[in-house]
Write a protein that binds this ligand. Structure first.
Ligand SMILES: [Zn+2]
Length: 257
């Protein structure tokens, strides 16, 4: 039974890029696992509010993080819920602001690579390598791998440009690499936090609000709920797969049967 979860988030990856990057593994995923190319994120579609909604299963109005600056508050997120239930958690990331997604006790292991210091592709390669190694050795119940390149290239060169699709291609290469060595008891969720257009995102426009969502699992999925998925539904889904109750404060609904 696949009751552990690897969640991979490609920052700013649009459903359009999943197709246009033309990575064979992206094509394979689209045809072999459950895929929703029109899942929705929350408004405002900025990185930090979207991540808080992903991990706290609440809208920005509820969790109170409305921009890319952290606002302290009493919250219980996915990492806390997992640790309070004795599950092992791990977090691989490169954008410093994400450190506020968890209380210090809630992580068993984290690996931070500064995207200000290393070149883009190198950042995600280092994170993937360590995530792969850690999973192989310790098999945590939950691992979160953050891949930043698509967002950085989107801001620097533009969403929908050749360079942006190359960044998506590179990310799918890393996704293929880690998924090819993953122990059998892992389900995998792949998603974005938001989309993007021109050199930015944050608006309520569908190009910013629509995100790709993949799930590969041997568990039964409620297709109707999955096809209407919002980013706030992901944390309860992870708990469902791992076999623990979601927090009572969460708003999303698991899309597992
Ligand atoms: Zn961004």
């Amino acid at each position: 039974m696949q009751n552990k979860v690897l969640m991979i988030l490609c920052d700013g990856l649009t459903p359009d890029a999943v197709i246009k990057c033309k990575h064979p593994f992206a094509e394979k995923l689209m045809s072999t696992v459950c895929y929703n190319p029109h899942a929705q994120t929350v408004f405002p579609s900025w990185t930090l509010p979207c991540h808080f909604s992903l991990f706290m299963s609440q809208t920005p109005d509820e969790h109170g993080v409305l921009g890319n600056t952290f606002v302290p508050g009493e919250r219980k997120g996915l990492f806390e819920q997992l640790r309070d239930n004795g599950k092992a958690t791990s977090f691989f990331y490169s954008w410093g602001e994400l450190k506020d997604l968890y209380a210090p006790y809630a992580l068993c292991y984290s690996h931070f690579v500064s995207e200000e210091y290393f070149p883009h592709g190198k950042v995600t390669e280092l994170l993937e390598e360590d995530c792969e190694k850690f999973i192989k050795e310790y098999e945590p119940d939950f691992a979160f791998l953050y891949l930043e390149t698509t967002d950085s290239i989107g801001h620097e060169i533009g969403w929908g440009t050749e360079e942006y699709f190359k960044a998506a291609y590179h990310s799918f290469g890393l996704i293929e690499k880690i998924m090819s060595v993953l122990p059998e008891d892992y389900s995998v969720i792949i998603l974005a936090d938001h989309g993007g257009h021109d050199h930015t995102h944050g608006t309520a426009d569908p190009v910013d609000m629509t995100i790709p969502l993949f799930i590969k699992t041997d568990r039964e999925i409620n297709r109707e709920l999955f096809d209407k998925a919002n980013i706030i539904d992901v944390a309860p889904t992870v708990c469902d797969i791992i076999g623990i109750e979601p927090s009572k404060k969460w708003r999303g609904k698991s899309f597992m049967k």
